[in-house]
Design a protein around this ligand. Structure first.
Ligand code: MLT
Ligand code: ZN
Length: 458
């Protein structure tokens, strides 16, 4: 049993009274994820202002046996950044230092609490860009996106967060600090702890700072929205366009039912006179205007009435709104089950059809709304109309993913939402190896308990 009074006193000595929160009303915002599906109770929130303070906080929690849930922008979607039952929420928002861009290496250093939009803005000042981009860019933080190995729209071109992290500073469960911030691209001295910590969902270490790789910015952009008869056609087209359209940056997909929600929620008109079954959004980028190349490629593959092209910023943003507003439009309808899955591209169209059938048969009332990053084989299966606690939804969707040789998490992580189903796409040997790493680095199990691994039965 943790002595919370003693813990609070000790933490106040480290970070000062203003940064230890115990007032229930103030705690509430840290205790609930933004979908409203995951809500728990924190013993307190602590907001350290430096890596040294994070280290002291973690050491103190370890001494007093207090489990910790690290939290950044709290934009996670699998319940991994909210407390479950009385943990300390270690909020990293005050780690807000952002370096200038080192133009020789095309890198910068950012504290865990810096947002993705802030990193992008700093990079763009010198003609570079940070290629992890997602709709929650104004709230999602460097620390949180590293913890989850966030993906976003441009993974096909630049890789996920892991591919951008060239240095990391992290606090281990005993309060010791690992700092590999030199940004060396080539460094084969032993285990790659940086890659291990990226995507470890706060279970192995608390990320406090990162060295990030930047890419040349591609200021000239063009977007096309196509109406298609099926996901199968979208997958075929993307395969062709990857060969014929070297400027292709993003290939996103959504369906009729999601578009209807978005139009209602945002008060916008549908893109075409008639509804299509499936919509494919393409974005191209370059130093020179990619619009003529995109228009030509699109004209070769779809009839004119099913293609819209956006080249000005206003037109592009109008077309992106149909895709990017899915998350908020779904949330406005109720609390969704959010299942982020990835499939081999060959299996994606069959999965899309079967998942709707399976949900209809196994979970009466389930209302599936699908969208995602088709270029990566990544679908977001959102399900409305069911109790948030009804795990038949997870069971139906995730077992189907496993039957098709996919993964139960593409870019959101496992969190608490999918821990029970990890065995579906990771073997017993895999899970045992991951547990061995967890035990070695966090023998007391104080870092984000309940996340990633199902509870061990004696
Ligand atoms: C997206 O692709 O828009 C994000 O992963 C968010 C979501 O799945 O809701
Ligand atoms: Zn996504």
């Amino acid at each position: 049993m943790v002595d919370v009074e003693l813990l609070a006193r000790r933490l106040v000595e480290i970070v000062g009274p203003a940064h230890v929160i115990r007032d229930p009303e103030q705690l509430a915002t840290f205790e609930r994820d933004w979908t409203g599906r995951f809500v728990g109770v924190a013993s307190l929130v602590v907001r350290p202002g430096s890596t040294a303070e994070v280290a002291q906080v973690v050491r103190t929690c370890a001494e007093l046996g207090a489990p910790i849930v690290p939290q950044g922008g709290n934009t996670g979607l699998v319940g991994g950044s909210v407390p479950r039952s009385g943990e300390v929420v270690l909020h990293l928002g005050r780690l807000h230092e952002l370096s200038d861009v080192d133009e020789r290496s095309r890198q910068l250093s950012a504290g865990a609490g810096v947002t993705i939009a802030e990193v992008q803005e700093r990079a763009r000042q010198v003609g570079l860009d940070y290629p992890v981009d997602l709709a929650s860019r104004d709230s999602a933080t460097v620390g949180g996106t590293i913890a989850t190995n966030a993906g976003g729209m441009y993974v096909g071109r630049y890789g996920p967060t892991r591919a951008q992290v060239v240095g990391l500073e992290a606090v281990l469960a005993d309060g010791s600090v690992i700092s590999r911030m030199s940004g060396l691209i080539k460094d084969n001295s032993g285990y790659d702890l940086i890659s291990l910590f990226v995507g470890s969902e706060g279970t192995l270490a608390v990320v406090t700072r990162a060295r990030l790789r930047l890419v040349p910015s591609l200021p000239a952009r063009a977007v096309a929205l196509l109406g298609l008869p099926s996901l199968e056609r979208a997958v075929e087209l993307v395969a062709v366009l990857h060969r014929t359209l070297p400027t292709l940056l993003a290939a996103e997909v959504f369906f009729h039912e999601g578009l209807e929600l978005v139009c209602r929620h945002r008060g916008v008109r549908p893109p075409f006179d008639r509804p299509a079954r499936c919509y494919l959004l393409l974005e191209c980028g370059g130093q020179e205007d990619p619009a003529p190349g995109l228009a030509e490629a699109v004209a070769d593959v779809v009839p004119e009435e099913w293609a819209l092209l956006g080249s000005t910023p206003i037109e592009r943003s109008r077309l992106w709104t149909y895709r990017e507003s899915h998350t908020e439009a779904i949330n406005a309808e109720g609390v969704p089950h959010k299942l982020d899955v990835t499939l081999p591209l060959a299996a994606l169209p069959a999965f899309e059809q079967e998942v709707r059938d399976r949900l209809r048969r196994r979970v009466p009332g389930a209302r599936p709304i699908l969208f995602g990053h088709v270029g990566d084989g990544n679908l977001h299966v959102n399900v409305l109309g069911c109790d948030p606690a009804d795990e038949r939804v997870e069971e139906a969707v995730l077992t189907l993913v496993a039957e098709h040789g996919g993964s139960i998490s593409a870019e959101h992580g496992i969190g608490v939402a999918k821990a029970r189903w990890l065995h579906l796409t990771r073997s017993a040997a895999d899970i045992a190896a991951m547990r061995a790493i967890k035990r070695a680095l966090d023998p007391q199990g104080i870092l984000n308990p309940g996340v990633l691994f199902p509870p061990e039965h004696p």
